[in-house]
Design a binder for this molecule. Structure first.
Ligand code: FES
Ligand SMILES: [Fe+2]
Length: 455
């Protein structure tokens, strides 16, 4: 099989590195060449199978730890028709419970985030501790002892934290997160997301299947056609794609350089000058060529980090510039940068396979220095409080309304509606993925392992 493989072109950021290095090209995984069934994008039956066999059995990112710093802080994670409360305990650990009262099933909390001393049900005032244990049954002496002898508490589910992220799993028998995350130990931890805070959170309803959403974010193959404005600052076909066990994968997208598709690789364009300026460099003093800009910015960032008290020593030069867009199975992409991370979750609609929720958080690592601003490419609106002390409200955007997330996202919204229509057509025979789309094939094959009962 290797001979077939070698004929396919694959970009590698740094060919001197081995696969043991975080940045190194990972060993090839043979995901075959098969065309997978197209009804995965539009069938209600497939959607229900995904729920029964996948969503309820895998580790899912429910939120970030910095959103619940103190005991009693909780957040509510919604997926399809389930609601899960994730709450910080007195011992600083985190527990997860279904948002349901053991008495007659009322919802216990209604806000997306909040702080409680205990959970009190609004229906008949039963009370539960932060640990989910039953604290009080109203008029307990009016219950026959047999009905309540098990001291009914809140219904719990698995919960683990890693690298500042909170994961839940509805399956009591699922292997631990460490076995299933697929990424090398220390990979996520490098970016210190636990020190980052949500500075913007948007949940937008989009008119496509969640997998069409994920697919579009897992490759840079479409940039030249859908987002041509990125060609001056992103090396679309210079992206390195890697896959890991259990459906995890990543791409390293070189940023601060021109697309290799452009003929002129020398002239420092306005885009690149702007990029240097927005990083706080004096672009007029830069005398190199376009392909030297990227490392010049990386060098500048390293020096600035020292002044700001950030430890960047463990980051490679390219890591300081490039986007390590990392996919955690099944529905996550984290655009990872030392300054901050873009945590995107693609969540299925409760009933409609032709819709999903694009749930995107911008996480930012604040510095003591009040003059330190987020770089422009992070897309944080002017005037945003970057201190991490005031968690902004989530912005909800109904389908068809602008999410105010920039041109690239607007272009994707339109694209996905068209792709959804096309992938639902009788004329569509299933996606034909190239090696720039290897991440898609990799996670979709993993979806199928759950659907077919192999996992
Ligand atoms: S349903 Fe919660 S106390 Fe009755
Ligand atoms: Fe896109």
């Amino acid at each position: 099989m290797m001979s077939d493989r070698n004929e396919v072109e694959d970009w590698v950021i740094n060919p001197d590195l081995s696969h043991n290095d975080m940045e190194g090209k990972q060993p090839h995984v043979d995901n075959g060449t098969e065309t997978l069934d197209s009804y995965r994008y539009s069938s209600k039956d497939f959607m229900d199978l995904e729920w029964e066999r996948m969503w309820t059995r895998v580790w899912l990112i429910a939120g970030v730890e910095s959103d619940i710093p103190e005991a009693g802080d909780y957040l509510l994670y919604k997926i399809r028709n389930e609601e899960i409360i994730v709450v910080r305990q007195d011992d600083h650990s985190v527990k997860a419970f279904y948002n349901v009262c053991a008495h007659r099933g009322n919802r216990l909390v209604f806000n997306e985030r909040g702080t409680v001393a205990q959970f009190t049900c609004a229906f008949h005032s039963w009370q539960y501790g932060l640990n989910g244990c039953l604290n009080k049954i109203t008029d307990e002496n009016t219950f026959k002892p047999d009905v309540i002898k098990h001291r009914p508490g809140m219904s719990s589910l698995r919960c683990e934290t890693k690298a500042g992220l909170i994961f839940i799993n509805m399956d009591d028998d699922a292997p631990p997160l460490a076995e299933r995350i697929g990424l090398p130990e220390g990979y996520l931890e490098q970016y210190h997301m636990e020190k980052m805070h949500v500075v913007r959170h948007v949940v937008a309803e989009w008119r496509s299947n969640w997998k069409n959403g994920v697919d579009a974010f897992y490759e840079t193959y479409h940039l030249h056609a859908i987002h041509p404005q990125t060609q001056g600052v992103m090396a679309d076909i210079g992206t390195q794609y890697d896959v890991y066990p259990h459906g995890a994968q990543r791409m390293i997208v070189p940023i601060g350089c021109k697309s290799p598709r452009l003929e002129d690789q020398e002239t420092v364009s306005e885009d690149l000058n702007y990029m240097m300026t927005s990083e706080g460099m004096d672009a007029s003093k830069f005398s190199g060529s376009a392909n030297e800009v990227r490392l010049a910015i990386a060098k500048h960032k390293r020096q600035r980090a020292k002044k700001l008290g950030f430890d960047y020593d463990h980051f490679t030069d390219t890591q300081l510039m490039d986007s390590w867009a990392t996919g955690i199975f099944p529905n996550v992409q984290i655009g990872m940068h030392p300054e901050g991370c873009f945590l995107m979750r693609f969540l299925p609609h409760p009933t409609d396979p032709n819709r999903f929720f694009y749930n995107t958080m911008i996480l930012f690592r604040p510095a003591e220095d009040p003059k330190y601003r987020a770089p422009d490419w992070m897309g944080i609106p002017e005037g945003t409080d970057l201190s991490g002390k005031n968690r902004p409200d989530t912005e909800y955007v109904p389908a068809g309304e602008p999410a105010n997330l920039g041109d690239v996202i607007d272009q994707d919204v339109q694209l996905l509606e068209d792709v959804q229509a096309g992938t639902s057509s009788r004329g569509f025979k299933g996606a034909l993925w190239g090696e720039q789309e290897q991440r898609i094939r990799h996670y979709q094959r993993e979806v199928d392992r759950y659907i077919h009962g192999e996992k």
